[in-house]
Design a protein around this ligand. Structure first.
Ligand code: GLN
Length: 454
């Protein structure tokens, strides 16, 4: 009730939730009380969580914050959310996000932007919470849930976590099942938690992770007790500092925070090593070829026949066109056009095939660093703190927005786990995050190291 009251009080201002499931939350909480009273309780008994609108939740609003899925209420539950409910968690509602998870500011949502609960010192101006999991990050930061589910295709867990002073963990590709999560770019999409601290992220990941016969890319790898890894010594841990992440134009305060992070890890007994990831500069253009290509294919299913919105036309072809024209926002249309172009007959080899080759080189950079003994890499999460809401011209310059993903997309391209931890404030008093990147399925090392930084 306290969380539902907090949501009812603050959501009008923040717009973090697009659906609040009052009755369901109270029913789930009562069932949880009953289990606890009979001494049964799971790991998350009674913990109130928010769910990104990308996760299918049975009988509950699920639209990826798009108009094209108007009125869609799935008949099934995503594996990740089902795992959370099995462990006793309580669903508070569905969280705002960029439409189909395409964006870095939560401004492409059909339901309007989310406001970052943080403000600059002495200012009334509104800031973006980051994206695409902007609702998840804002809700956690504003205490409108104890934790939230999110997804990360090219930074959508870590960048909003950095912008809101929360912890965002993107697990290894295959760690969590993608079944029941609305697809954006299937070879990059991965679910993970946004939480108030590293311990909560560890606890949530344990429940979310599983191998699943309904997602053949989920991996049968033991799910350890992530929480138990916290507090273990960093003695002997090798932390790589990738020199290519020192990009031109990076503000001094981000550079200083990075140095501070290095000092903290050194003090904790870690060894700091300079490493090179030479293909880093190609990650962003490669990501913005591969992800729209996969998206254009995944989004072909929204044809006005199977789900949500249908806008009639004189024949079926016109009905498709009318539905997609009315149902998708500008950023989604831009990505579908880009994706269709790079997959088209004359350009497939020049763009898509080439991008896949570069992706392999990016992954090889990481493989080599890990083979040389590096356990984790430390980088800033983003090149800057949160930017002002509506303060940029997205339609005229989408590239500027894409540049925000410069430190996060490499991790998805290589399928690695990454975490953003709140590490300080910029001169205006807005949160800044540091990112740790780990070896595949070594989320424990990541969490143990992140616990020292937070
Ligand atoms: N900002 C990136 C994009 O717009 C990341 C999105 C994501 O991780 N879902 O594609």
């Amino acid at each position: 009730d306290a969380y539902l009251d907090a949501i009812d009080g603050a959501n009008g201002a923040l717009n973090a939730y697009v659906a609040v499931t009052h009755d369901k939350a109270r029913d789930m909480a009562k069932a949880s009380d009953a289990r606890l009273a009979s001494g049964q309780g799971g790991a998350l008994e009674g913990i109130p969580l928010g769910v990104k609108d990308l996760f299918a939740t049975q009988g509950v609003h699920t639209q990826a914050c798009s108009h094209v899925l108007d009125g869609f209420k799935p008949a099934y539950e995503s594996t990740v959310t089902a795992n959370l409910w099995t462990d006793g968690a309580v669903m508070l509602g569905k969280l705002n996000m960029d439409e189909f998870a395409m964006g870095s500011s939560n401004e492409t949502s059909y339901y309007g932007p989310v406001k970052n609960p943080w403000r600059a010192k002495g200012s009334q101006a509104d800031y973006v919470p980051g994206g695409s999991s902007g609702g998840s990050a804002a809700a956690v930061a504003a205490f409108l849930c104890a934790g939230a589910t999110a997804t990360d295709t090219g930074g959508s867990i870590r960048q909003p976590a950095a912008f809101t002073g929360t912890v965002g963990l993107k697990p290894t590709y295959g760690r969590c099942s993608r079944w029941g999560i609305i697809s954006y770019a299937s070879s990059l999409d991965q679910a993970g938690p946004i939480a108030r601290d590293v311990r909560d992220a560890a606890i949530l990941l344990k429940s979310m992770a599983s191998v699943d016969e309904k997602d053949t890319t989920s991996v049968d790898h033991p799910v350890p007790d992530y929480e138990a890894a916290l507090g273990q010594s960093l003695k002997g841990l090798k932390v790589g500092i990738p020199r290519e992440y020192r990009v031109e134009g990076m503000p001094q305060e981000v550079e200083s925070l990075w140095q501070q992070g290095i000092a903290w890890l050194k003090d904790a007994g870690a060894e700091i090593i300079d490493v090179s990831l030479p293909h880093t500069k190609y990650a962003l253009p490669t990501y913005y070829i591969i992800s729209p290509a996969e998206a254009s294919s995944n989004l072909a299913r929204y044809d006005g026949v199977r789900y949500g919105l249908r806008v009639p036309g004189k024949d079926i072809a016109e009905m498709y066109e009318n539905t997609r024209a009315a149902g998708f926002g500008d950023e989604v249309k831009r990505r579908v056009l880009m994706g269709t172009f790079v997959l088209s007959a004359g350009y497939y080899d020049a763009y898509y095939v080439r991008a896949q080759k570069v992706r392999t080189l990016i992954k090889k950079d990481f493989d080599e660093a890990f083979a040389a003994g590096v356990d984790v890499l430390l980088t800033p999460s983003t090149p800057s703190a949160a930017f002002g809401l509506g303060g940029h011209d997205q339609d005229e310059n989408p590239i500027k927005m894409y540049l925000n993903d410069i430190f996060t997309v490499t991790v998805n391209m290589a399928g690695l786990p990454g975490i953003s931890v709140p590490a300080g404030l910029d001169a205006k008093g807005l949160p800044l995050g540091l990112q740790l990147i780990g070896r595949p399925f070594e989320e424990e090392t990541l969490l143990r190291t992140a616990h020292v930084v937070e």
